[in-house]
Design a binder for this molecule. Sequence first.
Ligand code: GLP
Length: 239
Amino acid sequence: IVILPTAEDVAEYGTQLFIRQLTEKPQSVLGLATGSTPLALYRLLISACQQQEVSFAKAKTFNLDEYLGLSADHPQSYRYFMQQHLFDAIDILPANTAVPDGCAADPVAACQQFEQQIADAGGIDLQLLGLGRNGHIGFNEPSSGLRSRTRIKTLTPATIADNARFFAPGEYQPHLSITMGIGTILDARKVLLLATGANKAGAVKAMIEGPLTASCPASALQLHQQAVVVLDEAAAAEL
Ligand code: GLP
C-alpha cells in the first residue's frame, strides 16, 4: 500500500512502475483499465513514449472490460477510449492490443477466446486496475465469483449511475458488459491498483481492511502476492 499526497503523485508512481516493467521486459503483456483514474497515467506514458523513455513496440495489451453492445467506433466504448487516450499516441502495434469485443456475434464464445488469447500471450505480466465505488474491479460487480473468468456481467444500478456521466442525456447506456474475471485478474504476475479521491475511501477501506468477500470484489487482491495499491491521501482517508 503506497499513500501519496495527490492524484498526480499516484499517476507518476504508476507510470514509473510501467516504465520499469517495459524496460526490464520490452515484450511485456500489459493488462489495461479504463475509467477516469488511469487517464493521468496514460498521459504520462504517452509523453514518456514520445520522449523515447519507453517503447510499446514489443508489448501486448489486454483490456479488462467492454460494454456489451457497443462497437469499437462508439465514443462510449472502451475500445474507443483506449484508442483516444493511449493507443493512437504510442508506438504499439494495433494487432497487439486486445479489448473484449462488445459486438461479437457469439459473446460467450468471445469470452472464452479472450481467455485463450491471454494464455497464448503467456499470461499478463502487469495488470492495471481502477476501483469502483462499490468495490468492483473491471466490471466484476459485488457477488462476482472470486475465481471467475472472462464472462458477461450485469452492471449494478450503482455502477450504471456512476458511469452515466460519460453518456449524453437520453443516450443508450448498456447494462451488460464483458469483463475479465477475478480469477483472470489474480493470474496476472503483478497487479497495480490506483484509487484517488474521497469518493473511493469506503471501497479502499473494504478492499484492504475488510474481509475477503465477493461483496467487495477488490478484496480478492488480498490473495495476490504482488499487488501494489497506490492511493492519494483522500482515498486513503478511512484506513
Ligand atoms: C468502471 C470500469 C472500471 C473502473 C471503475 C472506476 O466501471 N469498468 O474498470 O476502474 O469504473 O472508474 P473511475 O476510475 O472513473 O472512478
